[in-house]
Design a protein around this ligand. Sequence first.
Ligand code: BG6
Ligand code: MG
Length: 221
Amino acid sequence: MNKTGFIFDLDGVIVDTAKYHYLAWRNLANELGFEFTHEQNELFKGVSRKRCLEILLDIGGVEATQEQFDRWMVEKNEDYLKYIEKMNASEILPDVPRVLQFLKERQIPIALGSASKNARPILEKVELLPYFDSIVDGNNVTKAKPDPEVFLIAAEQLAVRPENSVVFEDAVAGIQAANAANMLSIGIGDDKVLSEAKHNFKDFTEMDDGFLESLIQQGSV
Ligand code: BG6
Ligand code: MG
């Protein structure tokens, strides 16, 4: 029998940090003299920090030298970290602790698979770090989602096969990465946006224990 492993994205699946990313990018855009909307922020979900800045500068029609580009990356992150600093467990998305606890009680291996380089401090802040057997984040990968690298490393660290891995994701690029890794993709959010996912849920409150149990069984055949 093969073990099933569960891999969680962070931003938008475990915590709602998209609003803080948005504020920090908006501050930078305003400083550079243009607006940045909530709709435009949708393009940034699951996308690496570097790629986000490239898109932002495209939106504003701003040309940057390498030195400016590097400085703005740092500036945005320092700003973002000021918001993160104030986070606590109240910002965990609904029913995430229930799902993590359910898996933990059954000794199911759990990993984080995130594009963020701030994943560890965020999990510490919201006190969820102890649930994770492995953390693979933006510091560990060379290729961004939709490349499957982040999830393949996570499965390897959990010692589970890709085809026995379940991925929870809120970004299109993340669902594509999970599918490319031959894992079971589960979209958390808008099912129209995440139509490539194998299953979809608005959030974890819609996912009952019976479904979680079926995922565990599915992977372990
Ligand atoms: C992803 C977010 O999880 O992490 C993106 O969805 C973000 O919006 C990316 O750009 C990188 O995050 P960080 O914390 O390394 O800037
Ligand atoms: Mg996400």
